[in-house]
Write a protein that binds this ligand. Structure first.
Ligand code: UDP
Length: 335
């Protein structure tokens, strides 16, 4: 992929909200690698200092421990930035089911503040949205202009999707009404080193379970499928979208199209870790909460981003898993 950068953005200062998180920290690595100055704001609710520890001494890196809801701090940082990557959000299905108020408030109020502040300073904004927005739709693959079907409001999971939809609507509205350059990236399942299984994400959970000799907890019968994209590919897409002059005012899927069932994923991880962990099937009601709804398949149509940026994932699932397993092994040894 060749990144087309508006000339005024070459080497500019980028603000990453949620930059101590899994994707945000990899984004910081990639932006610094391209010569940008990077400022991270994170309240460390789910982000971790270890994720950015290796950047602390970098001359172009700055970390601010604050919430994006602290308007004065956000305003001050936005005044120095040309581009804002808005990644601060409540993450993971587990957290969403357990802390619904925090999820909705963080996602909606946070984005509102970021957009209002960006408009004041004329910053370009990339909003990290989610494939959750596609809700319980059954179409394969999902395209950006598809209708969206969410579950009932009594099911907490859909609050996350709805909050991300509001974020997208608001971002697109700022673009339509005020001409603010806002682009929305609907990020599908993403994997890589530094991702934690604490909030329910399946790949780090299975790898930890395998390396610790515990059973791999496959929910339901494991026939549900996902497409897992390497975080290094995802951050390339995010940078490309944020910097491209024609991306503003649009929504783009970002993800892999290599589909695998969760049961096959568990088997693959057992094989690649060369462990003998058994597979344990756990009903959804026990894994999450009674009445939990999962989606059976989730595959992105990436035509739109491919046409604009020439982007597509470079790493296969197996290559990504090998990288994560090697890193997880090293981490276990240093514990
Ligand atoms: N999953 C699983 N075992 C786990 C964690 C997750 O079988 O220990 C399943 C989960 O039900 C879903 C898939 O793996 O079908 C991906 O889950 P994740 O939370 O990583 O992402 P999302 O549900 O947002 O796609």
């Amino acid at each position: 992929m060749k990144i087309t950068v508006e000339s005024s953005l070459a080497g500019c200062t980028c603000l990453i909200t949620g930059g101590a998180g899994f994707i945000g920290s990899h984004l910081a690595d990639a932006l610094l690698g391209r010569g940008h100055r990077v400022v991270v704001i994170d309240n460390l609710s789910t982000g971790r200092l270890e994720n950015i520890a290796h950047l602390r001494a970098h001359p172009l890196f700055q970390f601010v421990h604050a919430s994006i809801e602290d308007e004065a701090v956000l305003n001050n940082l936005a005044a120095q930035a040309k581009v804002i990557f808005h990644l601060a959000a409540a993450v993971g299905v587990k957290l969403i089911v357990e802390k619904p108020v925090e999820t909705i408030e963080t996602n909606v109020l946070g984005t509102e503040l970021v957009l209002r502040t960006a408009a004041r300073h004329g910053c370009r904004v990339l909003i990290a949205s989610s494939s959750e927005v596609y809700g319980k739709g059954c179409k394969v693959p999902f395209s950006e202009e598809d209708d969206v079907v969410l579950g009932a409001t009594s099911r907490a999971r859909w609050a996350y999707a709805a909050s991300k939809m509001v974020d997208e609507f608001l971002g697109l509205a700022y673009h339509a009404e005020f001409g603010l350059p806002v682009v929305c990236a609907r990020i599908f399942n993403t994997i890589g080193p530094r991702q934690t299984g604490r909030y329910g994400m399946v790949v780090p959970r299975f790898i930890r379970q395998a390396l610790c000799g515990e059973p791999l907890t496959v929910y339901a019968d494991g026939s549900q499928t996902r497409c897992f994209c390497d975080v290094r590919d995802v951050v390339e897409a995010l940078i490309g979208l944020a910097m491209h002059p024609a991306a503003a005012g649009r929504v783009f899927n970002v993800g892999s199209t290599e589909e695998i069932s969760i049961l096959d994923l568990a088997r693959k991880i057992v094989e690649l870790t060369e462990t003998f962990s058994p597979i344990e099937f756990v009903p959804f009601d026990r894994a999450y909460a009674p009445g939990f709804e999962d989606m059976q398949r989730r595959v992105p149509d990436i035509t739109r981003i491919r046409e604009l940026l020439g982007w597509e994932p470079k790493r296969s699932l197996e290559e990504s898993l090998r990288t994560i397993i090697a890193r997880a092994r090293a981490d276990l040894q240093t514990l």
